[in-house]
Design a protein around this ligand. Sequence first.
Ligand code: OSB
Ligand code: MG
Length: 371
Amino acid sequence: MKIELAELRRIALPLVTPFRTSFGTESNRDILLVRLRGTDGDGWGECVAMSEPLYSSEYVDGAHAVVRDHLLPRLMALTTDLTAEAVGPAFQAVKGHPMAKSVVEMAVLDLELSGRGESFGHYLGAVRDAVPAGVSVGIMGSVPELLGAVAHYLAQGYARIKLKIEPGWDLDPVRAVRERFGDEVALQVDANAAYTLADARHLAQLDPFGLLLIEQPLPEEDVAGHAALAAQIRTPVCLDESITSAAAAFDAIQRGACSIVNVKAGRVGGYLEAKRVHDVCAALGVPVWCGGMLETGLGRAANVALAALPNFSLPGDTSASERYWRHDLTPPFVLEDGCLRVPTGPGLGVRPDPDRLAEVTVSVEEIAWSV
Ligand code: OSB
Ligand code: MG
């Protein structure tokens, strides 16, 4: 596989509706795409870093600089074959920046797999041809507004609902959703680190609602706090932000900080490490599910392939394209009986539509591949 050019492309995509979490509101995604142009095909990667460093320390301008100045040069310097397996070791000396590392690995993997006609799903070890889709519902201005949104998603067939929560928007919305839609709805909450251990008794008031899980109630670094909280509430604790690698997943589980894990490739440095997180959790008997970061069809294709692995036993934040975008970059992912189909074509199995890509492109930086 010979690469001629790396393209760092920034696109601007408006969300169909603003997405509010405990850390901020996202209305327009500013997304970094990496395209590796090889002698016989392209490889695409999508970076999940957001505009501001609020979910984690990474942000899109920073990731862009790290990819350009610290990661691509390390790949160009490789004397061995450039494969996805070689990417992690090549980046090992660079501390942190998992989202920047992940987008480059994703592009290399797409290029490599496309070249030999293998799909992401096959490569990662998918055992399903479709995956159940959940939907992440942002914090809203009022409970009636929230109930309207949840009714809409349930009517579309979503297999589970996740409510974003924060202090002041937790017990009332959960109670209202249970009262209106019943106990059968698969329901979970995500705090994005908005609480402290002092809120344990408050969070225990979620116990009667039979939630599947509470995601990341406490700060990223507070593994001990999550273990203490898990001992005080009945709702299973799931970690997102804290799980930065397979080793971190092993540690958090051994310490009793979580009994369920959210897997996001961008957060752990790539799809290969994400598979290792899956494997560690499977070995420890801990179920996982696939998180999302408001991706276009490119990132969604890879996520849906990952979500088809055997230990992904809960529905993921892998929603249909129309939940996010009026026009996706790729042919849209659509809900079929509450599921998204796993792409089977070579590589990601999807390609950006050239006209749509041109419409949303803000800038393109081309970097010649010098070896
Ligand atoms: O915490 O899971 C999260 C989006 C951006 C950043 C963090 C999170 C999310 C979501 C949305 O919950 C998931 C999705 O539908 O892509
Ligand atoms: Mg989360």
